[in-house]
Design a protein around this ligand. Structure first.
Ligand SMILES: Cc1cc2nc3c(=O)[nH]c(=O)nc-3n(C[C@H](O)[C@H](O)[C@H](O)COP(=O)(O)OP(=O)(O)OC[C@H]3O[C@@H](n4cnc5c(N)ncnc54)[C@H](O)[C@@H]3O)c2cc1C
Length: 381
């Protein structure tokens, strides 16, 4: 097929990727009558068979988007968050975090997007963006001239190549992970800490619990979401945890393993006529469960700004950077610190950490509140 340049989207905002950020900003723009279109590389909505936790800052965004009832229907409100070191409880508090499956979160965003008449052009894998001519090129040889590009193409973003090749070069974070889903009616978020490792689990519905087990290791696994491993291999990797706990996780029908990789941030959050959101802009290590929450915040803030300044997109971009950059830096820093605290190996430092967790829960909560209390409408006033 020859390259065909079609310009029927030249008045549209092109959103690359129908993940959390892409669907959320699609909803916000269409609700306000800003013509938008999503291009997605897959042939349908992704099904990841994994969980996601939504802290109050993300729930606020979803409420402002009119999705409160839908979120309540598809998620569990965890009654407690408990942190344990082997069998000892270090920290326990009531929780107002909702947990669900990624698939259900995608579904309610997609339904909302469709309810505004939104369209997704599937099987369109971005190849490159020409930021001078605002043209997007896809692997299937189709090209479109668009008004503006919002890059929401996730952790392995191709849009980042518009900045430089090195902007998308991954580097191993030092952490590899296992995930699976087990039958359990436990209604809490549980964190188990052990030497160089932590395991987090939470309900995704009334019947099933999702878990992610992370180990600090020089033995890096591939960066892939769907590489199946064996339960024996997982048990060996998690030998620092109690046999009882690991045997429970090994009941998962299938377990997946992958390496957690980092990429440099997109410093400016925009380049010419491209604006970056979510993981495409600022990939963060997942130890505070904030990647998806930040994607929702980004989408809400840039969606509202673009609506307000639709005739001066460059101004919307500058405001987006001004409002988001400090917060994103803080959340990234806190996630990295959490990664350090969750994967200690020195027994003395572990006992200091455990003492502090047991005796200064208010400090832990205060730290979290800096993230959870955020209200994007205060920023937009
Ligand atoms: C182990 C783990 C646990 C996590 N737990 C949590 C949690 O509890 N809470 C939380 O908030 N976050 C969590 N996260 C992070 C969260 O999953 C991500 O930050 C979030 O999905 C980012 O949203 P996004 O929209 O930027 O990208 P995604 O949701 O990944 O969407 C990207 C979309 O772009 C599409 N795409 C990619 N490349 C192209 C291309 N070239 N052309 C067209 N389309 C393309 C993809 O198919 C996909 O649909 C976790 C992450 C990990 C690894």
């Amino acid at each position: 097929m020859h390259n065909i340049v079609m310009d029927n989207y030249k008045d549209h905002i092109a959103i690359i990727g129908s993940g959390i950020a892409g669907l959320a900003i699609g909803c916000i723009l269409l609700k306000e009558g800003v013509p938008s279109i999503i291009f997605e590389k897959h042939s349908k909505l992704g099904s990841h068979g994994a969980g996601i936790s939504l802290s109050p800052n993300a729930l606020r965004v979803l409420r402002y988007m009119g999705l409160e009832d839908e979120v309540e229907k598809i998620s569990k409100l965890s009654l407690t968050t408990k942190i344990q070191d082997n069998t000892k409880t270090l920290y326990s508090s009531s929780s107002n975090v909702r947990t669900t499956s990624r698939e259900m979160l995608y579904k309610i965003l997609l339904n909302k997007y469709k309810s505004y008449g939104g369209r997704i052009i599937y099987n369109h894998e971005l190849r490159k963006i020409d930021s001078d001519s605002s043209k997007v090129f896809f692997q299937n040889n189709s090209n479109f001239v668009v008004k503006h590009v919002i890059a929401c193409d996730g952790i392995k973003s191709i849009s980042r190549n518009s900045i430089s090749e090195s902007a998308s070069t991954p580097s191993y974070s030092g952490y590899s992970a296992w995930r699976g889903i087990i039958k359990s009616e436990d209604n809490s978020i549980n964190l188990h800490l052990s030497k160089n490792s932590h395991i987090v689990s939470y309900p995704i519905d009334n019947e099933f619990t999702s878990f992610v087990a992370v180990i600090k290791t020089a033995n890096e696994y591939k960066e892939a979401w769907k590489i199946e491993g064996s339960t024996d291999e997982m048990k060996a990797d998690l030998s620092m945890h109690s046999i009882k706990l690991v045997s429970k996780l090994a009941k998962s029908n299938e377990v997946f393993k992958w390496g957690i990789y980092k990429r440099p941030d997109v410093n400016k959050l925009f380049v010419k006529n491209i604006t970056f959101l979510g993981d495409a802009a600022h990939p963060i290590v997942p130890f505070l469960g904030q990647g998806g929450c930040m994607a929702l915040e980004d989408a809400y803030i840039f969606g509202k700004l673009l609506t307000k300044y639709r005739d001066d997109i460059a101004h919307a971009q500058r405001e987006y950077k001004r409002l988001r950059a400090p917060r994103l830096r803080m959340v990234k820093r806190m996630s990295e610190t959490q990664g350090y605290l969750y994967h200690l190996s020195n027994p003395l430092i572990i006992s200091i950490r455990n003492f502090l967790m047991r005796n200064s829960s208010s400090t832990t909560e205060k730290r979290l509140m800096r993230i959870w209390d955020y209200d994007p409408n205060n920023d937009l006033k």
